[in-house]
Ligand binder design. Structure first.
Ligand code: GLU
Length: 450
């Protein structure tokens, strides 16, 4: 490994020992950069890599809200404006009990390279709260969102920082957050948030974009291998917005999701989630109780395996982890490699531990694609939402979908090309890291030291 890259990773390890997810992502991204840094000694002179690991700004804030019984609760909110070199800070907000600095920082770091890969002018950011949305009423969620935005609104804006959804933050939360922003600012600046409802500036296809984009990216990988998607069987984890989008697009293109896993176990539906009835049922089931997917098996008479993940099943062609970070550890990776399945397409942010990811990449029979490329269609369509808002127009679903498809092809192609150029062969993981890095690096080098 390049000595400068090695020293930066060591530095991050020493400085961030209480934030393992952040250390993990820095190590993953930077370990692809050795040949690039070898060719660009000026990066070390400008201490570019250490600068990239320090957020431009990160802050916490107090979020106080009252529940329906009148009891007062105090949560913590965060916003990490990681890197603004190529555009306004951009990235989602996550509401989840386990959120802390390390999660927000890792997501903000990933977002910087992901957003760069989209080809659109968006910097990297992330935010969130340790608020647990489970079991909260609409009114409680509204009061929480209003309080969250009251603390945050001075520090964001359409040309400054544009939050969006992530886990625990969907259309409902974005609506409440935007309402409060508008009320406080007294202006209709809807470019401040993406993932909005259609009646106030949301983009068609945004809710489906991450899942659809992942399948469009997969099409390019299959094309590279001389295959098509028809008849392919897919195993996924997660059946949230993203997993659902994958199911829907797969069905449309003649493939099928035959396994999906939730927090309580996994479902095996050999027919695939291939009817509107099944797709709609998943939405209903999730809305009622996001922790259990077992009711699907009861309703459609298929197998449910309690407490297990579907990693290692043999009767599929593609694995797509679409749940959350570090879902696939070494033990699962060994099962995946042993199954003989060729395609491992990451979808959730950092779903694989570094040792598991490197193990899968080293399998000669496998092709591995990284989440920061595969799931970039979500934020990519957020970028298109920003464009529509600033022009005060809305594009048709066909227009947005066509742009998304083109964007995913481009992300695949620039990644493959960057990997090839630096001697990695068809290594989409290294390629995405290098291609995402390059634009941010150029912009930072041009803008002087800070
Ligand atoms: N949270 C999503 C992501 O991980 C979307 C971010 C956005 O649209 O700004 O990329």
């Amino acid at each position: 490994m390049n000595a400068y890259v090695e020293s930066v990773i060591a530095n991050v390890k020493a400085k961030h020992s209480s934030e393992p997810e952040f250390v993990q992502t820095v190590e993953e991204v930077f370990s692809s950069l050795s040949p690039v840094v070898d060719q660009h000694p000026e990066y070390e002179k400008a201490d570019l890599l250490n600068r990239m690991t320090e957020p431009e700004r990160m802050f916490t804030f107090r979020v106080v809200w009252t529940d329906d019984e009148g009891k007062v609760h105090t949560n913590r909110g965060w916003r990490c404006q990681f890197n603004g070199a190529i555009g306004p800070y951009k990235g989602g907000i996550r509401f989840q009990k386990n959120v802390y600095e390390g999660i927000i920082k890792f997501l903000g770091f990933e977002q910087t390279f992901k957003n760069s890969l989209t080809g659109l002018p968006m910097g990297g950011a992330k935010g969130g709260s340790d608020f647990d949305p489970a079991g909260k009423s609409d009114a409680e969620v509204m009061r929480f969102c209003q309080s969250f935005m009251t603390a945050l609104y001075r520090y964001i804006g359409p040309d400054c920082d544009v939050p969006a959804g992530d886990m625990g933050v969907g259309g409902r939360e974005i609506g409440y957050l935007y309402g409060q922003y508008r009320r406080l600012k007294g202006v209709f600046e809807n470019g401040v948030l993406t993932g909005k409802g259609l009646s106030f500036g949301g983009s068609l296809i945004r809710p489906e974009a991450t899942g659809y984009g992942a399948v469009y990216y997969l099409l390019e990988v299959l094309k590279h291998e001389g295959e098509t998607i028809e008849g392919k069987r897919i195993a996924i984890s997660g059946y949230g917005n993203v997993g659902w989008g994958i199911m829907k697009k797969a069905k449309e293109l003649g493939a099928k999701v035959t396994y999906f896993a939730g927090p309580d176990g996994y479902i095996h539906d050999p027919e695939g989630v291939n009817t509107d009835e099944k797709l709609n049922y998943i939405l209903e089931m999730r809305a009622k109780d996001p922790m259990h997917c077992k009711p699907y098996a009861e309703k459609f008479g298929c197998e449910f395996v309690e407490g297990q993940k579907c990693w290692g099943v043999k009767d599929v062609d593609i694995y797509m982890p679409a749940a959350t970070q570090n879902d696939v550890k070494m033990e699962s990776a060994e099962k995946i490699a042993a199954s003989g399945v060729k395609y491992y397409i990451e979808v959730a942010n950092m779903p694989t531990t570094n040792d598991a990811l490197n193990f899968l990449r080293s399998q000669k029979h496998m092709i591995v694609a990284p989440s920061k490329a595969v799931n970039a269609g979500g934020v990519g369509v957020s970028g298109l939402e920003m464009s529509q808002n600033s022009e005060r127009i809305s594009w048709s679903a066909e227009e947005v979908d066509a742009m998304l498809k083109k964007m995913m092809k481009n992300i695949h192609d620039v990644s493959a090309e960057a990997a090839e150029r630096y001697g990695f062969g068809y290594d989409l993981v290294a390629g995405a890291n290098i291609a995402g890095f390059q634009k941010v690096a150029d912009a930072m080098m041009a803008q002087g030291l800070f």
